[in-house]
Design a protein around this ligand. Structure first.
Ligand code: ZN
Length: 64
């Protein structure tokens, strides 16, 4: 299972599972990721320490 925000692998027994009203589950590896998503409402693509950001960056650099 991977963190929905930063993309890191979450080991069993750790991490936070957040269930939305609609019943969709979101998994976070840490409070930091939880806060960034739910409280700060940051886009993972804009946050330098997520895998999504690095993916985007690579695509951007590779395309030029
Ligand atoms: Zn995370």
């Amino acid at each position: 299972m991977k963190c929905d925000f930063c993309g890191k692998e979450i080991s069993k027994g750790t991490g936070i599972t957040f269930v939305r009203k609609e019943g969709t589950m979101t998994h976070f590896c840490s409070r930091k990721c939880e806060q960034n998503t739910l409280k700060l409402k940051r886009k993972k693509r804009r946050v330098p320490w997520t895998q999504e950001y690095h993916k985007e960056k690579k695509i951007r650099q590779g395309g030029q």
